[in-house]
Design a protein around this ligand. Structure first.
Ligand code: CTP
Ligand code: CA
Length: 226
């Protein structure tokens, strides 16, 4: 890992990070998932731990290796509701929350207890979904002196949509990225983001690797918490 923070700028801070994608169960063998790799959240966890923080990394489905840093505690989750319970439990003992997970917005209204069979007389199958809890919004609303950081994945209206998320989720920082652009965002090694902070103009960052972006973000977060 190359982008090690040289100074312990987050010494003794408790950092809670979610990474990867959630899976919403349909029946015993199927789920609704997404293309998140977990790279961004894991890069942030490594960077925070290298900066002296005590990190709790809550991971869903990932396509990369888990970190092995001694200062990173790992909790595995599957669904949005699992993630919600874990983040809610951990948040009160946390200084900084970073929600990098790709969270499902909807889950099946009911989970079939047996494998769903196709029937000979029906060519279509309708799956009814219900909204999942908005974790960042719910937890952000209870914030005391914690720093709350979220991501905004957009395919259009990047700044306006991300600005709404900053306010709606009571966040201190939103990292907005255009997920419609090939080579950045989901599953890629690079990212190109715009940072939105309260009462500040949006800052567009150049394209960089997720490890470089993690180093940049941890430095920024350290200046905001100290
Ligand atoms: N998030 C969350 N709980 C959810 C959905 C999203 O905590 N149920 C978090 C994500 O981890 C991310 C931020 O909220 O940090 C924004 O996620 P995003 O999907 O971009 O926005 P949504 O609020 O879900 O709105 P939409 O998908 O409709 O744009
Ligand atoms: Ca969403």
């Amino acid at each position: 890992f190359v982008t090690q923070a040289t100074k312990p700028i987050l010494k003794d801070k408790k950092v809670l990070i979610s990474a990867g994608g959630t899976r919403e169960q349909i029946d015993p063998v199927r789920f609704i998932g997404n293309r998140s790799s977990g790279k961004m959240g894991i890069a942030l966890a490594n960077e925070a731990a290298n900066a002296g923080a005590e990190v709790t990394l809550v991971v869903g489905q990932i396509t990369v290796l888990l970190p092995t840093h001694p200062q990173i505690k790992i909790i595995h989750i599957e669904s949005t509701n699992d993630l919600f319970k874990t983040i809610s439990n951990e948040f009160t003992q946390t200084d900084i929350l970073i929600m990098a997970a790709a969270v499902a917005d909807f889950e099946p209204e009911t989970v079939a207890t047996q494998k769903i069979k196709k029937s000979a007389d029906n060519d279509e199958f309708l799956l009814k979904l219900k909204k999942t809890p908005d974790i960042l919004k719910t937890v952000g609303a209870t914030k005391k002196d914690q720093l709350v950081v979220g991501f905004a994945a957009e395919t259009q209206g990047l700044l306006a949509n991300a600005q709404k998320k900053l306010i709606k989720k009571n966040a201190d920082l939103i990292i907005a990225n255009n997920v419609a652009t090939p080579g950045i965002g989901f599953a890629s090694d690079d990212n190109q983001v715009t940072l939105l902070e309260r009462d500040q103009d949006p800052k567009q960052l150049p394209k960089m690797t997720k490890n470089e972006l993690a180093a940049h973000l941890i430095k920024l977060i350290a200046t905001k918490i100290n």
